[in-house]
Design a protein around this ligand. Sequence first.
Ligand code: HEC
Ligand code: HEC
Length: 272
Amino acid sequence: MFKLLLLSFLFIFTLNADEPIMPIPLHENINIPKAKLGQELFFDTMLSRDNSTACVSCHNVYNGGADSLIVSQGFNGAKGNINSPTVLNARYNFKQFWNGRADTLFDQAKGPLNNPAEHNMDPKKVQERVSYSTKYKKMFKEVYGTYSITYEQVLDAIVEFENALTTPNAKFDKYLRGELQLTQNEHKGYILFKQYGCITCHNGINLGGNSFQKMGTFKEYHAHAKFPDRSHVSNDTEDINVFKVPTLRNIAKTAPYFHDASAKTLKGTSKN
Ligand code: HEC
Ligand code: HEC
């Protein structure tokens, strides 16, 4: 009997040790006033040259953290060149952007602000606009203790808001913590996810976001010059068609899929 108990303990222990996916932490340290300031900025169209576009225009944080378009629309209706990824749980990605050209959320945020097809601003203009607002003057003073607002503080506050955009406590997280059972079908799906090797690329807290891989596991993918893959960053031909493995968290809400939006549904993604 004792032997049996010991064996089953060992079995449970190895199961958990082998689990390649971790639940999203229940608590993260967030500076709340700073994150609230960041939220205001994230939602503010004033941060775009023609007052048309905010971060939230392409990253709907209430519904999956992306948009439902093939390519996003920004400044003056300009179209981007790649599908928008989710900002939810982006803090857990090892790099930002499909090709990982930004190491941090701080560096990432400079991208859309200065992109002519997105906010079409520049650091000086951002600073001027925000400094002009009495609302922001008050909020920045509260958070940074000074009335002279800098571009870096704007970025810093946006990042703190993004740091707060985590989605802990999904049913799957509760399952990973051993708090509930999945339905038979869900469990079967998870077993297959492991058996088919999805787990080799989609693992960790974010079920992805921690490696670069070649697009096209099941079928060869033909590069399209308009998509800046990892080779644009590394200058290495080995990296042609290589992209960051995206997170599969909240995936049901972020159609269409892949950097080129070539799959309209989750079922469609399995052909690649
Ligand atoms: C016009 C649409 C648009 C706007 C506005 C926009 N984004 Fe994005 N965002 C995108 C697209 C498209 C990408 C992917 C670009 C790429 O990888 O080359 C992206 C990527 C990101 C990523 C990286 C996520 C990942 O998994 O790699 C983060 C974080 C992000 N945006 C935050 C922001 C913030 C903060 C703002 C406001 C300052 C903002 N975005 C404004 C469309 C937009
Ligand atoms: C060799 C690594 C690898 C394996 C194995 C793998 N994927 Fe992926 N997956 C990727 C990469 C890389 C992308 C992004 C491709 C792109 O659009 O650039 C991706 C994208 C996806 C997407 C779309 C995500 C989005 O936001 O657009 C889904 C869904 C997905 N994979 C599910 C799966 C499933 C299910 C399996 C197992 C049947 C699997 N993947 C196996 C690397 C992998």
